[in-house]
Write a protein that binds this ligand. Structure first.
Ligand SMILES: *[C@@H]1O[C@H](CO)[C@@H](O)[C@H](O)[C@H]1NC(C)=O
Length: 211
């Protein structure tokens, strides 16, 4: 979904996505999770609006700080991929204020994690609204694909949800959720938000692994 906002007479593009399926393409039993991307100060603004499930409870770490293993708690995640180099950025946001940012060079190959993130959460009437500013230097060069996910619940109630799920016909017996199935990501560019002529700033972090 594409929206335009006028803020101080600068037209901002907001891309909005709704997570509506489980990781294996079944309908979910709660309201869709909404993720919006828009231009931020020095990076991409990621805004999440979701029902607070509050299961599992908050991770044992301070809000506003990285929390290793955050994917074992209640999270909403976005992955930004260059599908030619298989370099990608993962951003995980927790309704209790913790976050986790990872950089991958090749599938599942994290070379950096727990990067700092400006992230605030507001909870009202069981709806949580999170806002993170993802610095440009976290994005691999040439992002052209994206997928987003949500995880919550415990034990048999643990639910894995995806914006672009694995199609039913691709599932094999006993398959488990894996959010790094990069082939199911769909087209996404930062230029679609920042403007066609926008050039992604060079990144010292990604220069470390080469292009
Ligand atoms: C990247 O995605 C395009 C489709 O958008 C596909 O044709 C191409 O094979 C993909 N490249 C890799 C390396 O997977």
């Amino acid at each position: 979904m594409l929206n335009s906002l006028c803020v101080g007479c600068i037209v901002l593009t907001v891309l909005e996505f709704h997570i509506k399926y489980t990781w294996d393409s079944l309908p979910m039993h709660h309201d869709p999770i909404i993720i919006r991307f828009s231009p931020g100060d020095g990076g991409l603004l990621m805004q999440v609006t979701a029902t607070l499930i509050n299961d599992p409870p908050a991770p044992p770490g301070p809000p506003g700080e990285p929390f290793p293993g955050l994917w074992n708690y209640e999270v909403v995640e976005s992955f930004f991929l260059n599908n030619n180099t298989e370099q990608y950025l993962e951003v995980e946001l927790c309704p209790h204020g913790q976050h986790l940012v990872l950089l991958f060079n090749g599938k599942h190959n994290a070379f950096m994690q727990q990067l700092p993130l400006s992230f605030k959460v507001n909870i009202e009437d069981n709806i949580w609204k999170g806002e993170a500013l993802i610095p440009w230097r976290y994005f691999p060069p040439g992002v052209n694909k994206m997928n987003s996910y949500a995880i919550h619940g415990s034990g048999a109630e643990r639910s894995y949800e995806a914006l672009y799920p694995v199609p039913r016909e691709d599932l094999v017996e006993g398959q488990k959720p894996d959010f790094h199935r990069l082939e199911y990501f769909e087209d996404f560019t930062l230029q679609s938000i920042m403007g066609e002529n926008w050039v992604q700033p060079e990144s010292d972090l990604w220069d470390l692994v080469g292009k």
